[in-house]
Write a new protein. Structure first.
Length: 224
């Protein structure tokens, strides 16, 4: 059951961050042929409390039906619409090292509402190569291709030393949203939204948590 879209409040950032998990869970239910799902079932599949899930979905104006729950396909459409996935988003990736190439070849982009439209690298020996059907272009072509291909989302997978320069170049070309994999804190120009994915930090957090658990077999040479 959905409320009038005009009554929807602004969706909090924390809720937005959880919506993709709800969508993933709904996709799994749909693939198994499930037509409707309770808040408890959906919350368990997404790894959150049912009270949190109901609160999050209320921001979309979706409250479910007592005794029935949520219609899987309908709720998936609502969340996709809220996330802007009802249209296809062209993405540009700068930095064709191992990570950049892996992301460029990632098949999940297409199913998630995105497609890699342009690839860039400053190394002239890399330019002209391909990842799938997309040609790797030199950085001198960045502004032209971003504008001609109407790219609004950029991904940075360069070394930290060049990440800020790439961020500024993307913003100057019209990119308003950037996903940064470089191990650097960026200072984006006004009007540019940057999200950072720091793989080493996440590994450090996991290592810390591992240290809090007594291992079954203590590694040789490690004192406790």
């Amino acid at each position: 059951m959905s409320a009038d879209p005009s009554t929807r409040r602004e969706i909090p950032d924390a809720t937005v961050a959880r919506l993709p998990e709800y969508l993933r869970a709904l996709t799994d239910f749909a693939e198994r042929g499930t037509k409707s799902v309770s808040s408890e079932e959906l919350a368990a599949a997404a790894g959150v409390r049912s009270t949190q899930l109901r609160k999050d979905l209320s921001h979309l104006g979706s409250y479910g039906v007592r005794g029935v729950g949520y219609e899987v396909d309908h709720l998936a459409v609502e969340i996709s619409h809220a996330l802007g996935l009802s249209q296809d988003w062209p993405v540009a990736i700068v930095g064709m090292g191992n990570l950049g190439r892996a992301l460029a070849a990632y098949s999940g982009f297409a199913s998630g509402g995105f497609h890699v439209a342009a690839l860039f690298d400053e190394d002239p020996t890399v330019g002209g190569g391909r990842v799938g059907d997309v040609v790797i272009s030199p950085m001198t072509e960045l502004r032209r291709l971003i504008r001609s291909r109407k790219i609004a989302i950029g991904v940075i997978t360069t070394p930290a030393s060049s990440a800020q320069q790439v961020c500024e170049a993307m913003a100057a070309a019209g990119v308003r949203s950037i996903l940064n994999f470089a191990p650097a804190v960026l200072n984006p120009p006004p009007g540019t939204n940057v999200r950072r994915v720091d793989l080493s930090t996440e590994l450090h957090v996991l290592a810390f948590r591992e240290m809090q658990v007594e291992p079954l077999d203590q590694p040789v040479g490690v004192a406790r």
